[in-house]
Design a protein around this ligand. Structure first.
Ligand code: SF4
Length: 281
Protein backbone atom coordinates (compact mmCIF):
# COMPACT_ATOMS: atom_id res chain seq x y z
CA UNK A 1 0.00 0.00 0.00
CA UNK A 2 1.39 3.45 -0.81
CA UNK A 3 1.93 5.91 1.99
CA UNK A 4 -1.63 7.18 2.55
CA UNK A 5 -0.23 10.71 2.89
CA UNK A 6 1.14 10.52 -0.62
CA UNK A 7 -2.14 9.61 -2.25
CA UNK A 8 -3.20 12.47 -4.50
CA UNK A 9 -6.92 13.02 -4.37
CA UNK A 10 -9.33 15.68 -5.47
CA UNK A 11 -10.12 18.39 -2.92
CA UNK A 12 -12.42 17.12 -0.19
CA UNK A 13 -14.93 19.84 -0.87
CA UNK A 14 -18.56 19.37 0.03
CA UNK A 15 -20.49 17.48 -2.65
CA UNK A 16 -24.06 16.32 -2.86
CA UNK A 17 -24.57 12.54 -2.64
CA UNK A 18 -26.97 12.95 -5.55
CA UNK A 19 -24.09 13.72 -7.90
CA UNK A 20 -23.05 10.78 -10.04
CA UNK A 21 -19.44 9.85 -9.24
CA UNK A 22 -17.58 7.00 -10.93
CA UNK A 23 -14.08 5.57 -11.19
CA UNK A 24 -12.49 8.04 -8.77
CA UNK A 25 -10.08 5.39 -7.49
CA UNK A 26 -9.78 3.23 -10.56
CA UNK A 27 -6.00 3.71 -10.55
CA UNK A 28 -5.54 2.39 -7.01
CA UNK A 29 -4.19 -1.17 -7.37
CA UNK A 30 -6.26 -4.00 -5.85
CA UNK A 31 -3.52 -4.83 -3.40
CA UNK A 32 -3.63 -1.28 -2.05
CA UNK A 33 -7.40 -1.40 -1.79
CA UNK A 34 -7.13 -4.63 0.22
CA UNK A 35 -4.48 -3.08 2.46
CA UNK A 36 -6.62 0.03 2.97
CA UNK A 37 -9.60 -2.12 3.96
CA UNK A 38 -7.49 -4.15 6.40
CA UNK A 39 -5.89 -1.17 8.13
CA UNK A 40 -8.40 1.65 7.71
CA UNK A 41 -5.52 3.99 6.90
CA UNK A 42 -7.28 5.00 3.72
CA UNK A 43 -10.96 5.08 2.84
CA UNK A 44 -13.03 5.53 -0.28
CA UNK A 45 -15.53 8.38 -0.12
CA UNK A 46 -18.31 9.10 -2.55
CA UNK A 47 -18.99 12.57 -1.17
CA UNK A 48 -18.75 14.81 1.83
CA UNK A 49 -21.44 17.20 2.99
CA UNK A 50 -21.74 19.85 5.67
CA UNK A 51 -24.93 21.29 7.04
CA UNK A 52 -27.06 18.14 6.75
CA UNK A 53 -29.96 18.09 9.20
CA UNK A 54 -31.61 14.70 8.64
CA UNK A 55 -28.76 12.28 9.32
CA UNK A 56 -28.74 12.49 13.10
CA UNK A 57 -29.43 15.16 15.71
CA UNK A 58 -28.51 18.77 14.96
CA UNK A 59 -26.43 19.98 12.05
CA UNK A 60 -24.14 17.24 10.72
CA UNK A 61 -20.99 16.75 8.75
CA UNK A 62 -21.70 13.64 6.67
CA UNK A 63 -19.20 11.48 4.81
CA UNK A 64 -20.66 9.04 2.28
CA UNK A 65 -18.53 5.98 1.67
CA UNK A 66 -18.50 3.92 -1.50
CA UNK A 67 -19.13 0.18 -1.59
CA UNK A 68 -22.29 -1.71 -0.65
CA UNK A 69 -23.15 -5.43 -0.43
CA UNK A 70 -26.89 -4.80 -0.99
CA UNK A 71 -28.55 -4.12 -4.33
CA UNK A 72 -31.74 -2.44 -3.22
CA UNK A 73 -34.30 -2.12 -5.98
CA UNK A 74 -35.00 1.43 -4.82
CA UNK A 75 -31.40 2.56 -4.25
CA UNK A 76 -31.04 6.22 -5.20
CA UNK A 77 -27.23 6.11 -5.22
CA UNK A 78 -26.23 3.00 -7.20
CA UNK A 79 -22.89 4.63 -8.01
CA UNK A 80 -21.99 4.00 -4.35
CA UNK A 81 -22.24 0.22 -4.85
CA UNK A 82 -18.73 0.03 -6.26
CA UNK A 83 -15.79 0.84 -4.00
CA UNK A 84 -13.65 2.06 -6.90
CA UNK A 85 -16.17 4.80 -7.68
CA UNK A 86 -15.16 6.52 -4.44
CA UNK A 87 -12.32 8.96 -3.96
CA UNK A 88 -9.32 7.58 -2.02
CA UNK A 89 -8.86 9.62 1.16
CA UNK A 90 -6.19 9.03 3.82
CA UNK A 91 -7.85 8.70 7.20
CA UNK A 92 -5.58 11.43 8.60
CA UNK A 93 -6.90 13.81 5.97
CA UNK A 94 -10.51 12.95 6.73
CA UNK A 95 -9.81 13.57 10.41
CA UNK A 96 -8.14 16.92 9.64
CA UNK A 97 -11.22 17.89 7.65
CA UNK A 98 -13.49 16.95 10.52
CA UNK A 99 -11.40 18.97 12.93
CA UNK A 100 -12.24 22.14 10.97
CA UNK A 101 -15.87 21.74 12.05
CA UNK A 102 -15.19 20.64 15.62
CA UNK A 103 -16.22 23.84 17.41
CA UNK A 104 -19.16 24.62 15.15
CA UNK A 105 -20.63 21.15 15.52
CA UNK A 106 -20.38 21.34 19.29
CA UNK A 107 -21.97 24.80 19.43
CA UNK A 108 -24.84 23.70 17.18
CA UNK A 109 -25.41 20.41 18.97
CA UNK A 110 -24.62 18.51 15.81
CA UNK A 111 -22.08 15.87 14.96
CA UNK A 112 -20.49 13.57 12.44
CA UNK A 113 -22.37 10.92 10.48
CA UNK A 114 -20.81 8.19 8.38
CA UNK A 115 -23.19 7.02 5.68
CA UNK A 116 -22.96 5.28 2.34
CA UNK A 117 -23.09 3.10 0.32
CA UNK A 118 -22.53 0.89 3.31
CA UNK A 119 -19.91 2.31 5.70
CA UNK A 120 -19.15 -1.03 7.32
CA UNK A 121 -17.75 -2.27 4.01
CA UNK A 122 -14.84 -0.13 5.27
CA UNK A 123 -15.22 -0.94 8.97
CA UNK A 124 -11.57 -0.27 9.92
CA UNK A 125 -11.74 3.18 8.34
CA UNK A 126 -15.06 3.78 10.09
CA UNK A 127 -13.64 2.74 13.46
CA UNK A 128 -10.72 5.15 13.09
CA UNK A 129 -12.98 8.05 12.13
CA UNK A 130 -15.36 7.43 15.02
CA UNK A 131 -12.52 7.16 17.53
CA UNK A 132 -11.07 10.46 16.26
CA UNK A 133 -14.45 12.21 16.36
CA UNK A 134 -15.01 10.96 19.89
CA UNK A 135 -11.59 12.27 20.83
CA UNK A 136 -12.68 15.72 19.61
CA UNK A 137 -15.88 15.51 21.65
CA UNK A 138 -18.03 15.28 18.51
CA UNK A 139 -21.30 13.28 18.53
CA UNK A 140 -21.03 10.26 16.21
CA UNK A 141 -23.65 8.47 14.12
CA UNK A 142 -23.43 5.46 11.81
CA UNK A 143 -25.98 5.13 9.01
CA UNK A 144 -25.92 1.43 8.12
CA UNK A 145 -27.89 -1.48 6.72
CA UNK A 146 -26.44 -3.47 9.63
CA UNK A 147 -25.33 -6.46 7.58
CA UNK A 148 -21.71 -6.18 8.76
CA UNK A 149 -22.52 -5.15 12.32
CA UNK A 150 -20.56 -8.12 13.62
CA UNK A 151 -17.38 -6.54 12.23
CA UNK A 152 -17.44 -4.08 15.15
CA UNK A 153 -16.27 -5.14 18.59
CA UNK A 154 -18.24 -4.18 21.68
CA UNK A 155 -15.61 -1.56 22.51
CA UNK A 156 -15.88 -0.10 19.00
CA UNK A 157 -19.66 0.10 19.32
CA UNK A 158 -19.17 2.31 22.35
CA UNK A 159 -17.60 5.00 20.14
CA UNK A 160 -20.84 5.33 18.17
CA UNK A 161 -23.45 7.49 19.88
CA UNK A 162 -26.30 6.66 17.52
CA UNK A 163 -26.99 4.02 14.88
CA UNK A 164 -29.30 4.99 12.03
CA UNK A 165 -30.41 1.47 11.12
CA UNK A 166 -32.01 0.88 7.74
CA UNK A 167 -34.68 -1.71 8.47
CA UNK A 168 -35.84 -2.57 4.98
CA UNK A 169 -38.42 -5.08 6.14
CA UNK A 170 -38.83 -7.69 8.82
CA UNK A 171 -40.08 -10.23 6.22
CA UNK A 172 -37.09 -12.40 5.10
CA UNK A 173 -38.44 -13.25 1.64
CA UNK A 174 -39.36 -9.64 0.87
CA UNK A 175 -35.97 -8.49 2.15
CA UNK A 176 -34.20 -10.89 -0.18
CA UNK A 177 -36.29 -9.65 -3.08
CA UNK A 178 -35.66 -6.00 -2.19
CA UNK A 179 -31.94 -6.16 -1.48
CA UNK A 180 -30.60 -9.48 -2.78
CA UNK A 181 -29.43 -10.35 0.75
CA UNK A 182 -30.74 -11.94 3.95
CA UNK A 183 -32.00 -9.74 6.77
CA UNK A 184 -30.81 -12.09 9.54
CA UNK A 185 -27.51 -10.24 10.16
CA UNK A 186 -29.31 -6.87 10.29
CA UNK A 187 -31.86 -8.12 12.82
CA UNK A 188 -29.08 -9.71 14.85
CA UNK A 189 -27.17 -6.42 14.89
CA UNK A 190 -30.32 -4.64 16.07
CA UNK A 191 -30.69 -7.14 18.93
CA UNK A 192 -27.04 -6.72 19.88
CA UNK A 193 -27.38 -2.93 19.97
CA UNK A 194 -30.45 -3.38 22.16
CA UNK A 195 -28.59 -5.67 24.53
CA UNK A 196 -25.84 -3.08 24.81
CA UNK A 197 -28.36 -0.23 25.16
CA UNK A 198 -27.00 1.67 22.15
CA UNK A 199 -29.69 3.99 20.73
CA UNK A 200 -31.14 3.38 17.28
CA UNK A 201 -33.10 5.54 14.88
CA UNK A 202 -34.85 3.23 12.44
CA UNK A 203 -35.01 4.34 8.82
CA UNK A 204 -37.79 2.84 6.75
CA UNK A 205 -37.96 3.57 3.03
CA UNK A 206 -41.58 3.56 1.90
CA UNK A 207 -42.02 2.40 -1.69
CA UNK A 208 -45.54 2.00 -3.10
CA UNK A 209 -46.10 -1.61 -4.13
CA UNK A 210 -42.89 -2.82 -2.50
CA UNK A 211 -42.73 -1.83 1.18
CA UNK A 212 -46.27 -0.58 1.83
CA UNK A 213 -47.84 -3.83 3.07
CA UNK A 214 -49.36 -2.76 6.38
CA UNK A 215 -49.20 -6.26 7.92
CA UNK A 216 -45.54 -6.46 7.10
CA UNK A 217 -44.97 -2.94 8.45
CA UNK A 218 -46.82 -3.82 11.67
CA UNK A 219 -44.49 -6.80 12.17
CA UNK A 220 -41.44 -4.65 11.44
CA UNK A 221 -42.74 -2.06 13.91
CA UNK A 222 -43.38 -4.69 16.60
CA UNK A 223 -39.85 -6.02 16.16
CA UNK A 224 -38.39 -2.50 16.43
CA UNK A 225 -40.52 -1.57 19.44
CA UNK A 226 -39.62 -4.82 21.20
CA UNK A 227 -35.94 -3.91 21.08
CA UNK A 228 -36.45 -1.15 23.63
CA UNK A 229 -33.67 1.10 22.29
CA UNK A 230 -35.35 2.57 19.19
CA UNK A 231 -35.85 6.22 20.04
CA UNK A 232 -37.20 7.38 16.69
CA UNK A 233 -38.42 6.10 13.32
CA UNK A 234 -37.93 8.03 10.09
CA UNK A 235 -40.31 6.97 7.34
CA UNK A 236 -38.52 8.01 4.16
CA UNK A 237 -40.76 8.42 1.12
CA UNK A 238 -39.35 6.85 -2.03
CA UNK A 239 -38.31 9.41 -4.65
CA UNK A 240 -36.85 9.38 -8.13
CA UNK A 241 -33.82 11.67 -7.60
CA UNK A 242 -31.48 8.78 -8.37
CA UNK A 243 -33.29 7.56 -11.48
CA UNK A 244 -30.82 9.19 -13.84
CA UNK A 245 -27.94 7.35 -12.18
CA UNK A 246 -29.41 3.93 -13.03
CA UNK A 247 -29.71 5.05 -16.62
CA UNK A 248 -26.22 6.53 -16.85
CA UNK A 249 -24.66 3.47 -15.23
CA UNK A 250 -26.46 1.22 -17.73
CA UNK A 251 -28.39 -0.56 -14.97
CA UNK A 252 -31.86 -1.99 -15.38
CA UNK A 253 -34.16 -0.03 -13.06
CA UNK A 254 -37.32 -1.90 -12.09
CA UNK A 255 -38.90 1.13 -10.38
CA UNK A 256 -38.69 3.59 -13.27
CA UNK A 257 -42.47 4.10 -13.30
CA UNK A 258 -43.11 4.05 -9.55
CA UNK A 259 -44.52 7.26 -8.10
CA UNK A 260 -43.56 8.58 -4.65
CA UNK A 261 -46.07 7.60 -1.94
CA UNK A 262 -48.99 9.89 -1.21
CA UNK A 263 -49.00 11.87 2.04
CA UNK A 264 -51.97 9.75 3.15
CA UNK A 265 -49.91 6.56 2.76
CA UNK A 266 -46.96 8.11 4.59
CA UNK A 267 -49.31 9.08 7.43
CA UNK A 268 -50.77 5.54 7.59
CA UNK A 269 -47.30 3.99 7.76
CA UNK A 270 -46.16 6.46 10.44
CA UNK A 271 -49.34 5.55 12.30
CA UNK A 272 -48.44 1.85 12.16
CA UNK A 273 -45.09 2.56 13.80
CA UNK A 274 -46.75 4.78 16.41
CA UNK A 275 -49.32 2.07 17.18
CA UNK A 276 -46.40 -0.16 18.13
CA UNK A 277 -45.30 2.54 20.59
CA UNK A 278 -42.58 4.16 18.51
CA UNK A 279 -41.97 7.85 17.87
CA UNK A 280 -42.05 9.11 14.28
CA UNK A 281 -41.24 12.56 12.96
S1 SF4 B 1 -28.16 -0.41 1.40
FE1 SF4 B 1 -28.33 1.75 0.75
S2 SF4 B 1 -26.58 2.09 -0.64
FE2 SF4 B 1 -26.82 -0.13 -0.40
S3 SF4 B 1 -28.08 -0.73 -2.15
FE3 SF4 B 1 -29.46 -0.37 -0.41
S4 SF4 B 1 -30.13 1.77 -0.57
FE4 SF4 B 1 -28.30 1.50 -1.90
Amino acid sequence: MPDPQSVVTAPLEAKSPFELRVNLSKDVPDIDVRSALATGDMGFLHSFTTGATVDGPGVRVVAWTSGCMFRCLYCHNPDTWTMSNGMPVPVSRAIDELRKYQQGLKIMGGGFTLSGGEPLMQHRFAVKLFAAARGMGIHTALDTNGFYGDKLSDAELETIDLVLLDLKTWNPDRHKHLTGMDNGPTLQFARRLAARKRPIWVRYVLVPGLTDDLNDIAQTARFAAGLGNVTRVDVLPFHQMGKYKWKQLGLSYALADVEPPSQALVDRVCGAFRTAGLKTV
